[in-house]
Design a protein around this ligand. Structure first.
Ligand code: MRU
Length: 344
């Protein structure tokens, strides 16, 4: 399995697979400063909510080591840790990962590192658990021996510490012989589906078809798939879910087609402090991402752009939220505090 991130014991650095270069090149970045980490997060060299949680936790160690070597006082160190925590706004896991270890900073970097490694290990374990629960739920709900799936963005090993969330369920279905095919949305503008998910599916030998984002609703309404499975960047107390822009369109089409729309995420993605989706900060990214493709202009450079990176699917369109702590069914059982039973 490919690993998006690894702690390098000798160098005390985070090794990241630079996802901006995939699938053309497999090159690694060694992160030993807060500046490098923040740049890697903001450029999407490392991305995906659970992976951001892991680098958030490990990033505190990087900041502490840099503080030692550059003689920062505590105030500077805390503000550098805040820079990591706030590098991207939508995925709650980034702040969660930092917060998991921050209180241990007075005990020194070795203690923080131990806790950060636990965050990484627990993410993989959570993903494997939720994948089994999700596959069970989908096979039970559809009543099918084999299912056809549509997915959006990248939720695989690249987006997590290991294994994947929505992708993990797809992998689990495949391992059980219960997967026919996956339709993979290419995921404009940064093509996480085309560049990353289809790359992972190819490596894992899982049958798939890459489609443009605009095809997805028709794929669903025409009956070409049995279920949509996506990941999440933040799930509020009532089940409203932020994920890669384009996810909402899938949910609306699933409702029309009468097929289940499933969200998969570790409990670290649940944000009980946010009551509903209207309160989620949606990251808006640079116009350049929309004005060009692979370095080639696709519109006049002066064209005004709206580039939200995420959208929010309301809970009533979500049939199941699958976490490592269990499955909840927001559409069937609306409740303002539905996620309390599966939060971390
Ligand atoms: O902008 P990205 O690539 O970080 O967006 C990622 C997604 O939207 C994923 O679907 C989400 O983080 C879940 S990853 C398991």
């Amino acid at each position: 399995m490919v690993l998006a991130l690894q702690w390098q014991e000798d160098a005390q650095t985070i090794r990241l697979l630079d996802q901006t270069l995939l699938p053309v090149e497999e090159r690694y970045l060694d992160v030993d400063t807060v500046d490098t980490l923040v740049a890697a997060i903001q450029s999407l060299a490392v991305r995906g909510a659970p992976a951001l949680g892991a680098v958030g936790a490990l990033g505190v160690v990087v900041a502490m080591r840099q503080a030692e070597s550059e003689g920062w006082g505590d105030e500077r160190l805390q503000s550098e840790v805040d820079r990591i925590r706030l590098a991207r706004p939508t995925a709650v896991n980034l702040a969660w990962g930092v917060d998991q270890v921050r209180a241990a900073m007075p005990s020194g970097p070795e203690t923080v590192l131990k806790m950060a490694k636990a965050v990484v290990e627990e993410d993989e374990a959570a993903n494997r658990t939720l994948s089994r629960l999700g596959a069970d739920w989908i096979l039970d709900r559809t009543g099918k021996q084999q299912v056809r799936v549509v997915t959006h963005c990248n939720t695989g090993a690249l987006a997590t510490s290991a294994w994947g969330t929505a992708y993990g369920i797809i992998h689990e279905l495949h391992d059980r012989g219960a997967l026919e095919v996956v339709y993979v949305d290419e995921t404009r503008p940064l093509l996480q589906g085309a560049r990353l998910t289809s790359w992972e599916l190819t490596r894992d030998g899982i049958p798939h078809l890459l489609e443009v984002d605009g095809a997805a609703s028709s794929t669903i309404v025409r009956g070409l798939v049995d279920v949509a499975i996506i990941g999440a960047d933040r799930i509020t107390a009532n089940g409203d879910t932020a994920n890669k822009v384009g996810s909402l369109a899938l949910a609306l089409a699933c409702q029309r087609a009468g097929i289940p729309f499933v969200v998969a995420a570790p409990s670290s993605t649940v944000d009980l402090a946010t009551a509903h989706g209207d309160d989620i900060a949606i990251e808006e990214r640079d116009a350049a991402e929309v004005l060009s493709l692979g370095g080639h202009p696709t519109a006049l450079p002066s064209t005004p752009v709206y580039n939200p990176a995420f959208d929010v699917t309301p809970h009533d369109l979500i049939n199941a939220i699958v976490t490592d702590r269990g499955v909840v069914e927001p559409a069937a059982r609306p409740d303002p505090n539905l996620l309390a039973s599966v939060a971390s």
